[in-house]
Write a protein that binds this ligand. Structure first.
Ligand SMILES: C[S@@+](CC[C@H](N)C(=O)[O-])C[C@H]1O[C@@H](n2cnc3c(N)ncnc32)[C@H](O)[C@@H]1O
Length: 230
């Protein structure tokens, strides 16, 4: 069973609504469920099932062949995406921490998805620069201070109909929610904002005004902002 105790996450949904959404997430396998249980008991900061299920359907709706993730941790979010990729598809997982990616690799191997996955240790932005071609789905879950730079790095490469998602934009351990809301409503108090919140706000302002993309904010998990290339 997928664990239903996600108290370690800061959800923007109240408990009852979150339970409802979780009850409707796409199917997961036994290996995934073990991975989810491990991440939750380790209190590792995963995207959670509401965002995971959303990523799965975005991958399916866009017909994504290739996905790139900035900040993969132990592979939880990537494992939500990978079942939606074709058998010749590819997903690139990145993390500073080799132990995280080794854990991810072992779950992907046991789940039968290792052939689709690349595990890249090091700075995710540097890793991205070493890859050629287009990624139809990009998940930004690295440091919030890097969100805007990450978007600008990938934006031109995303094909029409491709999607860039960024997590933790409404809540989270370090996002100052009231300041972020005031800022996107047009009243930013940059002096009061910490670096994380300022990173999120700069990102939201940029994607909202970016003419090549259409952006909408989905209130799931800690807030997932989704930008589709026109
Ligand atoms: C929130 S966790 C990722 C969780 C993962 N997406 C999931 O839901 O399973 C963020 C991870 O990003 C990694 N990270 C942050 N900035 C990074 C960067 N520039 N390059 C590589 N890894 C980065 C951290 O080491 C951490 O493991």
């Amino acid at each position: 069973m997928v664990p239903d105790d996600y108290d370690v996450l800061n959800s923007v949904l109240d408990d009852g609504v979150a339970q409802f959404v979780r009850a409707m997430t796409p199917e997961t396998d036994a290996v995934f469920n073990e991975m989810a249980t491990r991440n939750v008991s380790d209190e590792f900061p995963i995207v959670g099932p509401e965002v995971g299920g959303t990523l799965r359907i975005i991958a399916r709706m866009t017909g994504a062949d290739r996905a790139f993730e900035f900040g993969s941790g132990k592979g939880y979010s990537a494992y939500w995406i990978v079942p939606a990729l074709p058998s010749d598809g590819e997903i690139v997982l990145t993390d500073f921490d080799e132990a995280n990616l080794e854990e991810a690799r072992s779950f992907f191997e046991r789940g039968g998805y290792a052939d689709l996955a690349r595990f890249e240790v090091g700075d995710a932005l540097e890793t991205y620069r070493q890859y050629d071609g287009q990624f139809d789905l990009v998940l930004i879950d690295n440091l919030e201070q890097e969100y805007l730079e990450t978007f600008e790095l990938v934006a031109d490469d995303v094909p029409s109909g491709g999607v860039i998602c960024a997590d933790n934009v409404m809540a989270g351990p370090a996002v100052q929610e009231d300041l972020a809301l005031a800022a996107v409503q047009g009243d930013p108090d940059w002096d009061a904002m910490d670096e994380t919140t300022a990173g999120v706000v700069r990102y939201l302002q940029h994607v909202r005004d970016e003419p090549d993309f259409e952006t909408s904010l989905l209130p799931v998990g800690e807030g997932l902002v989704v930008s589709v290339k026109k």
